[in-house]
Ligand binder design. Structure first.
Ligand SMILES: [Ca+2]
Ligand SMILES: [Ca+2]
Ligand SMILES: [Ca+2]
Length: 672
């Protein structure tokens, strides 16, 4: 992959490293324990105070106000807890407040008591979900091994000191051949990223001022789902939201930094810099490609819808569940209808909980509405998935490193669907080796970010501000790879069902490399999903069910008078393809194969334009016109460059340069 032109366009160089996991202080994660044959000693978690319960009555329609109020009084008598109705949630459940926050374990007990009452479908604590990666030291920028063909060699610079090193990108998601087939079609597929929101970025919506977010081009309007009263009860109103209010139409990420003295409900304490996590995820899915700036996203033509559900300390289950519903085009009270429903929803967030009924209900509703739901498995180095990756129907994404080994932080488990690039240290194969190097760009997944340590206009510790690129590691960044690939499939096959899109991705994976923990016979066999994401394989299969797609050609060419010209097209699609070549848009009789040879042409034919229409039972597509240039036969001696642009036996210099440029362009396009 040609990366040189990205370097010159680099805006700022922040290497914000999100590594996610604390494998330190003598703790042994369940994954390490399995590999090493010892007992796991995970870190103890502080008790999370809970102030809200989610309660759904099985009669469905009434909810909690009105007729439900009497039920609330009954529940109070049964549980001894004072309950007040807060609001209805989309999907028919109610958010109910406890008089005072209680530890999570006690909230679970109250919820369990409620759930046993007649007429209650489910009751559960409204826990906090977390973004799955936290930033580290800003440094340099780097490149995208994660999108490489798996047989190609990645050369990355060292982040400090001089030099570079190379490795085969075995874990690459194989995008270049996929992009030859589709880059997201006509841009109708929307991917919703439910995360910390978004900021403007020259490589996203093309807007330079960091905030507020401006919908532009493929970056459509979103919504801010963070309610005022979520998070630790000891923190002020709107602390988590951090934009001064509850829900609003502006998904701008105001920053999720923690100041010294700020303590979240899970004990996470400031100071901690803003993550710009949602902006990073957005770039992985959809950063602009071929724009001479920064990085390339996976879906060059897909649309990106930023939904904000995570703020300082994370976000509430109730808000996330409603964001999922809204993303899919479903109604959420108090929020205007989504004008651009997302057919793919990417969730790089979670909570170490079983899949709650409320989350499952939202996921079920989104899938029923036709949206693919993708979620990260978590970064606890555990052999159990976090929620919502553990919900039924979700594509659960674990992470692998550049050499294709499962990442040491990445949660795995039997419910894992697929693995995608997440960077970081390999758990077994290559651990401690060449590619296991935090000082190397190949360790990370690079995407769009801001420099600011606090709000969008702030500076980082090195005095930088504004747009940047940075490296993350984590299952967080793995999930949007799958979301982006799902969007490419959906763009080829707009009518494909959720199951079909999933099938193209999951049934066309590459196997984990021999000797890796997830490979056949490895320590984690069967725990890492079907294999490694291979966008090209998925697209190659999907296109066999699609309306015709022109993969390459016909290319303009230059011949000498008296010769024939042969034009060719490579196309793919369902069933048998038929071809009809055209001259100036008019059918050429009998020119009905994938290539066409003209009769012998004279100088007077120079400039003739040819195109081809490819048809199958699902549709047809006509190629751009290719121009055939006919030059006179050289007279006397070898061909030499023209001196004055007159006559002579060679192409006019301008035309020659143009041809060279076209060839170079074709090559660049193919390789990116
Ligand atoms: Ca707000
Ligand atoms: Ca807002
Ligand atoms: Ca770019």
């Amino acid at each position: 992959m040609a990366m040189r032109h990205f370097a010159v366009a680099l805006i700022a160089a922040a290497s914000i490293v999100a590594s996610t996991i604390a494998i330190s202080g003598g703790n042994v994660t369940p994954k390490q324990a399995q590999v090493q044959g010892v007992t796991a000693t995970p870190r103890a978690k502080p008790a999370q105070p809970v102030r809200h319960l989610i309660v759904k009555l099985s009669d469905g329609s009434t909810g909690m106000p009105g007729a439900g109020r009497a039920r609330l009084r009954e529940f109070q008598e049964t549980t001894g807890a004072e309950l007040t109705h807060v609001r209805e949630l989309a999907g028919g459940a109610s958010l109910v407040a406890l008089r005072a926050p209680v530890p999570l374990a006690e909230a679970r007990n109250i919820a369990a008591t409620l759930a046993r009452q007649p007429g209650v479908e489910y009751a559960e604590p409204d826990v906090m979900f977390k973004r799955l990666a936290v930033p580290d030291d800003p440094r340099y920028s780097g490149w995208q091994w994660n999108l490489f063909e798996p047989t190609s060699t990645f050369t990355g610079t060292l982040l400090s000191g001089n030099g570079s090193k190379s490795a085969v990108a075995t874990g690459g998601a194989n995008l270049p051949p996929a992009w030859d087939v589709t880059q997201g079609g006509s841009g109708l597929v929307v991917v919703a990223v439910v995360d910390t929101g978004i900021v403007n970025h020259p490589d996203l919506n093309g807007v330079v001022t960091p905030a507020p977010y401006v919908p532009a081009g493929r970056f459509v309007g979103g919504y801010d789902f963070i309610s005022s009263n979520v998070g630790s009860p000891s923190l002020p109103l709107n602390f988590v939201a951090n934009d001064g209010d509850g829900r609003d139409p502006d998904p701008t990420d105001p920053g999720d930094w923690l100041a010294a003295g700020d303590v979240c409900e899970d004990g996470l304490a400031g100071p901690e810099d803003s993550s710009w996590h949602g902006t990073h995820m957005a770039g992985v899915v959809a950063a602009s490609a071929n724009n001479g700036t920064g990085i390339a996203g996976i879906g060059w033509n897909v649309r990106l819808q930023p939904l904000r559900a995570l703020g300082k300390c994370g976000g509430a289950l109730s808000d996330i569940a409603e964001a999922i519903r809204w993303a899919a085009g479903l109604d959420v009270a108090g929020v205007p209808a989504n004008p651009t429903p997302a057919r793919v929803i990417s969730l790089s967030l979670g909570s170490s909980e079983p899949c709650s009924n409320e989350t499952q209900s939202a996921v079920d509703a989104a899938i029923a509405a036709g949206s693919v739901v993708v979620a990260a498995t978590g970064n606890e180095s555990d052999i159990v998935l976090i929620s919502p990756a553990n919900c039924r129907g979700v594509i659960a994404v674990t992470a692998h490193t550049i050499n294709g080994e499962n990442a040491d932080y990445a949660n795995i488990g039997a419910a894992t669907t697929i693995s995608a690039p997440g960077g970081g240290s390999p758990i077994v194969l290559g651990a401690g080796g060449l590619t296991d190097d935090r000082n190397w760009t190949g360790y990370y997944i690079w995407s769009t970010l801001l420099c600011g340590a606090t709000d969008p206009g702030s500076f980082d510790a090195d005095g930088r501000t504004g747009a940047a690129y940075g490296g993350f590691t984590g299952t967080s960044v793995a999930a949007p790879h799958v979301a982006g690939a799902a969007a490419l499939v959906k763009s080829l096959l707009p009518s494909a069902s959720v199951d079909q899109v999933r099938g193209f991705l999951v049934n066309n994976v590459r196997p984990f490399p021999a000797g890796s923990a997830c490979a056949t016979g490895g320590a984690f066999e069967g725990q890492c999903g079907a294999g490694m994401l291979d966008a090209s394989a998925a697209i190659s299969r999907a296109v066999l069910s699609a309306a015709p797609v022109i993969v390459s050609g016909p290319q303009g060419l230059s011949i000498v008078e008296g010769q024939t010209a042969t034009l060719a097209v490579t196309a793919a699609g369902a069933a048998t393809l038929t071809y009809q070549w055209k001259r100036y848009g008019v059918d050429i009789a009998g020119a009905t194969s994938s290539s066409y040879t003209t009769p012998a042409l004279s100088v007077g034919d120079s400039g003739t334009r040819y195109s081809v229409t490819v048809t199958n039972p699902l549709g047809s597509i006509t190629s751009p016109e290719a121009t055939v240039t006919v030059t006179p036969v050289a007279t006397g001696g070898p061909v030499s460059p023209p001196i004055s642009g007159g006559g002579g036996g060679a192409l006019p210099l301008g035309q020659l340069l143009l041809l060279v440029a076209l060839l170079a362009g074709a090559r660049l396009r193919r390789r990116e």
